[in-house]
Design a protein around this ligand. Structure first.
Ligand SMILES: Nc1ncnc2c1ncn2[C@@H]1O[C@H](COP(=O)(O)OP(=O)(O)OP(=O)(O)O)[C@@H](O)[C@H]1O
Length: 241
């Protein structure tokens, strides 16, 4: 788990006239979970959107397996094997769970074994297979969005704050599903405010503040160092539990 799958090197991103990312440098090692943490407005979502080509980096490199993808369009980045679950999940709310899944399969066909595996991660998807996605609960919508992202094998799964606004029991279920996902080949980059989840899932961590990475290291080291959390994020992350 040492070789980097994805590397950001001195990435600067503007949104309209605003300079938002001020030289972001970080690595996502292959085969584990990297947590991207930081206070509200630090630039986490902008970093994810820059990786996906939804915002274009003005300067710097985004490298996937040695290839600079910073000038690529989003469909080409997705084609290279990066899946992105944005905070708003991006579901087709009028369509059924099944139809949402079919549309996510690039080949137009779902692999039955993979679907069974997804049902084992998220049993609710099987239960509500014919229900319009708009009728699912908040947690189930997250589960469907993640199911869509992994309907085919991906090199990298990027998920933006999946637990936001969810009840503790649902967060537990999501965390358990991510733990199962970790056992597959997928590398995961996760933005999350829920520290208990970050601690359970994260192998490595990058902390952002004001458009820059201010700390990188092992999640376990950050989790056991309250003073470092205080210094990096202004308050103990334990307060987010
Ligand atoms: N469309 C936009 N136009 C102008 N500024 C934006 C836009 N989107 C984000 N920003 C600004 O960019 C900065 C970084 O926002 P971003 O959403 O990346 O932060 P974040 O770390 O993901 O925050 P949060 O945890 O609140 O989601 C913020 O100051 C935000 O106001």
């Amino acid at each position: 788990m040492s070789e980097a799958l994805l590397t950001l090197q001195d990435v600067h991103t503007d949104i309209e006239q605003y300079h938002i990312l001020h030289g972001v440098s970080m690595e996502v090692p292959r085969g584990g979970v990297t947590m991207l943490l930081g206070r509200n407005g630090a630039g986490k979502t902008t970093t994810l959107r820059t990786i996906m080509g939804l915002w274009k980096a003005r300067q710097g490199a985004v490298t996937l397996e040695g290839q600079d993808i910073s000038k690529f369009n989003t469909p080409d980045i997705s084609q290279l094997g990066i899946a992105y679950v944005p905070e708003n999940t991006g579901l087709f709310t009028d369509l059924s769970v099944e139809e949402n899944m079919i549309l996510a399969a690039r080949s137009g066909k779902m692999n039955e074994d993979r679907l069974d595996w997804i049902f084992s991660l998220f049993p609710a998807m099987k239960t509500f297979w014919s229900l319009p996605a708009g009728n699912l609960s908040g947690g189930q919508k997250q589960m469907l969005a993640i199911s869509r992202a992994i309907i085919e094998p991906r090199k990298l799964l990027i998920v933006d704050e999946p637990t936001k606004g969810l009840a503790p029991a649902i967060i537990q279920a999501l965390t358990a599903a991510f733990e199962e996902l970790k056992k597959s080949d997928t590398t995961i980059l996760l933005v999350e405010q829920n520290f208990a989840m970050a601690k359970r899932l994260g192998d490595t961590v990058a902390v952002m503040d004001d458009g820059k990475i201010v700390h990188t290291g092992l999640m376990a080291d950050l989790a056991s160092d309250n003073a470092l959390q205080e210094r990096l994020m202004g308050l103990s992350m334990e307060a987010h539990q």
